[in-house]
Design a protein around this ligand. Sequence first.
Ligand code: PAF
Length: 282
Amino acid sequence: MKVIHTISEMQQYSKEQHKAGKVVGIVPTMGYLHDGHLSLVDTARANGATVVVVTIFVNPIQFAPNEDFEKYPRDLQRDCALLEAKNVDAVFAPSVKEMYGEEPTCFVVENKLSKGLCAKTRPTHFQGVTTVVAKLFNAVLPDIAVFGQKDAQQARVLKRMVRDLNFPIQLVISPLIREKDGLALSSRNKYLSPEERKNALVLSRSLKEAQETLEKDGMSIPAILDSIKGKIASSGGKVDYVECVDAETLEDVRSRTGKEIMFVLAAYFGNTRLIDNVLFKY
Ligand code: PAF
């Protein structure tokens, strides 16, 4: 497995792969990998990637000053061992200086899907994500890009970016992966105390119950949203948002659409902000 740190070497590697007729898949990550990330590698291959490049970069511009950029967990050696075992072809792990060294004044902004949900408490987050992902695309030159359903809003924003800016890339959204007890896999789960982790199980549990209730038309959507909020609060969580939205447009859903919809939420357990969602047709 090749470990590449510079954009020029990355582009060179990718051009060689294309010349050899390979289909290059990119799996962008911030490292500290878990099974959710590793499943994205499988999704890239299942969608035709014959070379998989995993990028590992903790992107400073998607963190607000009060957020966890400094303490975000990092372990490149461990990540590389996991990816090597997964037969990943290359890791692109640039430094902050390599990515942003020239004091950039150009950014990529999505103006609709990136405004609600997580953006209400993280207003600068998605501009950081779209900008870095555009830069990673230009470094890795992929044919296929895989993002997780865990970050449901991010995946839709990036899909829109690919569409609107004509990136010649097939964007694939890979299913959310959970622990056996239901907790959505996240590098940030590491911050949770045992007590907080136990309390946080309310998220997946209440989303599952919400889906079941809606599927049997047992309650209106606003009543279900209130019920999820109540369950989170009584388990010691602090609700950031709980919404029911169209899975493509992220617009509020209040009645049956016949399309894919999602219950999406964010909540704090202690100082840790967790997100989760459930996606189904309704
Ligand atoms: O989902 C993530 O880990 C990050 O937001 C991404 C897509 C790698 C951009 O930094």
